[in-house]
Design a protein around this ligand. Structure first.
Ligand SMILES: Cc1cc2nc3c(=O)[nH]c(=O)nc-3n(C[C@H](O)[C@H](O)[C@H](O)COP(=O)(O)O)c2cc1C
Length: 201
């Protein structure tokens, strides 16, 4: 398995509303698809560390600029790594790569898939919007039928507000490489211990 694999032609069928459905090949796949953006910064660094840490599991890693949303259908289990670039950027297709990707993802039926989220943020500069962007991904994948796994208690984080907290938990794993990079390894290890059994259950 290699980083940024070239896209294969997807085997897709669609229902009457145009939603893509699972093909048999996808149902049989047990590996993990790790999707990340943007490339070249903290998100990319963390995505590579996650891939390295999941040793005995097949993990394919993709930069979302190099694939189409249908690629998600090749995986029963997905990890999505994103960063929050502020509300203005998040709502502006040109500056936020995940925001530009989401409209295409809206047509993808994710029923039966498990999705775990990792969100990069900065709790010092943006204490009122800490890792907000994770919530947009959580909302969309759940709307499309996926089961969200890997929620995190906010106990060991310092922040004032976050849209990504619901019912007392972050919808995924927040990481702050800008201010507390020394905490990332332990946070990843703890989270992966929790999430890998959930992803492969
Ligand atoms: C313009 C801009 C806006 C940002 N807005 C937020 C924000 O609202 N909330 C947050 O937690 N982090 C915010 N951040 C911090 C980034 O999410 C953080 O630096 C992240 O690690 C960047 O990942 P990258 O290097 O892969 O782009 C912002 C950063 C920039 C440059």
């Amino acid at each position: 398995m290699q980083d940024n694999q070239k896209e294969e032609k997807p085997q897709l069928t669609a229902d009457l509303e145009g939603n893509y459905l699972l093909d048999k090949k996808s149902r049989d796949l047990k590996g993990i698809g790790l999707f990340y953006a943007p490339s070249g910064g903290n998100v990319h660094k963390v995505a590579k560390r996650i891939k390295q840490r999941i040793k005995d599991q097949a993990v394919d890693m993709f930069y979302i600029q190099e694939i189409r949303p249908e690629k998600f259908l090749d995986y029963q289990n997905l990890i999505l790594v994103s960063s929050t670039l502020g509300k203005d950027a998040w709502n502006n297709d040109e500056t936020d790569e995940w925001a530009a990707f989401l409209p295409g993802l809206q047509k993808i039926n994710l029923e039966g898939r498990r999705v775990a989220l990792v969100g990069l943020g900065d709790h010092i500069k943006y204490p009122n919007n800490f890792v907000d962007g994770m919530q947009d991904l959580a909302d969309l994948v759940r709307k499309n039928g996926a089961l969200l796994v890997g929620k995190t208690l906010p106990d060991h984080y310092t922040f004032t507000m976050s849209r990504a907290v619901e019912k007392g938990q972050f919808v995924g794993l927040p990481l702050d490489e800008d201010n507390e990079p020394e905490k990332t390894d332990a946070r990843l290890d703890r989270w992966l211990k929790q999430v890998l059994p959930e992803l492969t259950a």
